[in-house]
Design a protein around this ligand. Structure first.
Ligand code: COA
Length: 173
């Protein structure tokens, strides 16, 4: 799987991305909304992601800037069995914020997800005070559909319906 957008390349996130992922999640700006986790936990999550790609045919993606080839973050899809929903997510290195990369990657992942998955809608689960992430969701046409808990954290669940959804197959309001 490889998605090309105007400025980005998206390909499955892999255990080989461990150093980049650890460095990104060590930055204070990312810690502020995502908390900290150690290298072993990061590796375990990357291994689980590789497993999910093999099992489900989708998962998280690395975001590479086409112009430089550098790793600027990650996006992609994550199935949450406890909600029976698939989420699109985004995390960028702070030096890549403010250029629209998360919106560009998120839009490509939504389009890819709706083509590949028979789901009525896709979600984004966001801490209520994460204004930058809410900005991405809103730019992608997502709307808040409920408050919930993800791994014991209170989140607002944003959703966007598949473009050709019939009224019966929309996200619950
Ligand atoms: C959430 C996060 C990915 C958002 O990053 P971001 O850079 O604000 O979002 P985008 O990449 O969509 O960029 C939007 C900004 O780029 C600007 N921009 C510049 N060129 C642009 C373009 N071509 N297209 C769109 N926006 C552009 C927009 O005006 C906007 O600026 P503003 O924030 O000053 O209004 C980032 O803050 C992050 O990694 N946070 C930590 C991890 C996290 O919380 N993830 C979400 C968990 S739910």
């Amino acid at each position: 799987m490889l998605i090309e957008t105007d400025r980005l390349l998206l390909r499955p996130l892999a255990t080989a991305d461990l150093d980049e992922v650890v460095a990104m999640h060590a930055s204070p700006e990312v810690v502020a909304t995502m908390g900290t986790f150690d290298r072993a936990t990061a590796l375990a999550r990357l291994e689980r992601n590789e497993h999910e790609w093999n099992e489900r045919g989708h998962g998280l993606v690395a975001i590479l800037e086409r112009a430089s080839g550098r790793f600027v973050g990650r996006s992609g899809l994550k199935y949450w069995p406890q909600f029976d929903e698939t989420e699109v997510g985004w995390v960028l290195r702070p030096d890549a914020w403010g250029q629209g990369f998360a919106t560009e990657a998120g839009r490509a992942c939504l389009e890819w997800g709706f083509r590949r998955l028979d789901v009525p809608y896709l979600t984004a689960m966001i801490l209520p005070d994460n204004g930058r992430s809410i900005g991405v969701a809103v730019r992608l046409g997502m709307r808040p559909i409920r408050s919930d808990f993800l791994m014991e954290l209170p989140v607002t669940v944003y959703a966007v319906d598949r473009p050709d959804a019939s009224p019966q197959h929309r996200a619950p309001d």
